[in-house]
Ligand binder design. Structure first.
Ligand code: ADP
Length: 496
């Protein structure tokens, strides 16, 4: 097990956040409480201490927010791309100016190490900057006509009011990745963040307010119970699009619910990423790539490596080097600069992955490292390595979302591609090889939306992020990211 870094968290609660720590929802430019004044607790996962209580809204307030966003859309959608771009640039600058406050709030409510939180705030800001630029490039076409008296052109228009539902693992970036293209396109938006991490969303709302966006253009609804908000978002015909990041289970429910009003949907759902190390790979690079993609955010990202496949010829060497490197990872408070692995989001998450480890061992996997809950650190789970895993085991089929690395032995390329694809998911995948022909064959053979070749880090604003199969649809970031928030309208001009 890794070294444990402890820290006095109480001192951290006294830090100043430059007015960015908010406890009310943000609707139509106002900070609002629930109609019935109800609130819920936001808990620091490091030690289960209370950070603050936040307003818990319901269906009624959501309806009002949708009405306000609908009203705001009338004028926001008519602004010039330049106006929207300039406001987004201001927001980008504010997010960078307040980087430290935003990162500390993020670590407090989510638990990830400060270094990762700073990275997330910069990554989150990069979407705002990118779409501030893209706002000015939503070109249409002129199409050669089918008739001498006709001319054809296309224009792009914002889809309308967007509702976004976001998870707790990236409390800032999963929101900016949606709001930036939506606002750039001329849509108005209502965000419902996860109840575990509402503070980063509210801090962002405070920056939107500072930037001077018109009221009703960006709204945040905080709630203890997601269901009521989701029901209103999906059934209300004024909402034209749902953008969701979260579990496949909830994504499917939302898609079903959206059917009645035929909403546009973008779904960024679960993953079960394979990480394949071929016999000709640079093993040291593969070890560091596997650590980066497995243990970032304590394994709680949808692109985290879920199954490590290693070729028979290099299996022992890889397992040995990987184990030595993982053993050095430092657990502790995210606020301590030395920490590399923070807590999991809560006790349920710890119990889930502890159960997976026990089940794997009972199914014949070998426990190489970790595998024991830690005394007095309820929400922590040590980095854990399991070898001799096979495709019949439960861990092979599940999205782990925690710090367990299961290793599977393979012998040939076709077999490993088949095993890698043997899952309903299709988000991220990774492989290491120095054979250029294999790079093409395997990249084309993997049924995934994203492939990392000789790297474990693939997320960037400039590339399209998204999945296939039950990992979802739509793409976020890149030149394609605006498309999800735009409709193409075709104009046929006759009588010429
Ligand atoms: P996770 O396992 O990461 O918590 P979820 O899919 O449960 O993933 O949660 C992702 C987001 O979806 C959160 O904001 C959560 O509150 C929200 N959510 C969960 N259930 C529903 C629902 N029935 N309707 C709308 N949103 C929901």
């Amino acid at each position: 097990m890794g070294e444990i870094v402890k820290m006095d968290i109480q001192n951290s609660n006294e830090m100043k956040f430059n007015g960015l720590l908010k406890d009310k929802s943000f609707i139509n430019g106002d900070w609002v409480s629930a109609d019935d004044k109800s609130t819920f607790e936001v808990i620091n996962p490091f030690d289960n201490s209370l950070i603050t209580n936040v307003a818990s809204l319901g269906g009624q307030e959501t309806r009002r927010a949708i009405d306000c966003a609908t009203e705001a859309f009338k004028t926001w959608s008519k602004t010039t791309a330049e106006e929207r771009s300039n406001l987004l640039k201001k927001l980008y600058q504010l997010q960078m100016d307040y980087l430290d406050d935003l990162a500390q709030i993020l670590t407090l409510e989510q638990g990830k190490p400060l270094k990762e939180s700073r990275g997330e705030i910069k990554y989150g800001a990069s979407f705002i900057e990118w779409f501030a630029e893209e706002a000015r490039r939503t070109y249409g076409d002129t199409i050669p006509s089918h008739g001498v008296d006709k001319r054809i052109i296309t224009i792009k228009q914002p889809v309308g009011v967007v509702a976004a539902i976001t998870p707790w693992n990236f409390p800032n970036a999963m929101i900016t990745r949606k709001i930036a293209p939506a606002l750039a396109a001329g849509c108005t938006i209502i965000v419902k963040p996860a109840k575990q991490t509402p503070l980063s969303a509210l801090a962002l709302a405070a920056l939107v307010e500072k930037a001077g966006f018109p009221k009703g253009v960006f709204n945040v609804i905080t709630a203890n119970t997601a269901r009521e908000i989701g029901d209103e978002f999906t059934s209300n015909s004024l909402v034209r699009k749902i953008s969701f990041t979260g579990s496949t289970k909830v994504g499917k429910t939302l898609m079903r619910q959206c059917a009645d009003t035929v909403k546009k949907v973008s779904m960024e759902l679960g993953g079960n990423a394979p990480f394949i190390v071929f016999e000709d790979a640079n093993i040291d690079n593969a070890v560091s790539g596997a650590i980066a993609s497995k243990f970032r955010n304590a394994g709680q990202t949808c692109v985290c490596t879920n199954r490590i496949f290693v070729h028979d010829k290099i299996y022992e060497t890889f397992v040995d080097k990987f184990t030595k490197a993982v053993r050095k990872l430092k657990l502790g408070s995210g606020l301590d600069e030395k920490t590399e692995i923070g807590p999991l989001i809560n006790k349920d998450a710890v119990e889930f992955i502890d159960g997976l480890v026990k089940k794997s061992v009972s199914e014949g996997a070998e426990l190489i490292l970790g595998g024991q809950q830690i005394d007095n650190m309820e929400n922590f789970y040590p980095p854990t390595i399991l070898s001799n895993v096979n495709s019949d085991m439960e861990i092979f089929k599940n999205e782990i979302f925690g710090s367990i690395a299961p290793i599977i032995k393979f012998n040939d390329e076709a077999e490993v591609i088949r095993m890698a694809n043997d899952t309903p998911f299709g988000l991220a995948s990774y492989f290491y090889t120095n054979d250029y022909a294999k790079i093409w064959r395997v990249s084309e053979g993997l049924e995934y939306g994203m492939v990392g070749v000789n790297t474990g880090m693939i997320s960037t604003t400039v590339a399209p992020f998204g999945g296939v199969k039950e990992s979802g649809n739509g793409r976020e970031g890149s030149k394609y990211g605006m498309d999800d928030y735009l409709e193409i309208k075709y104009l046929c001009i006759g009588g010429i």
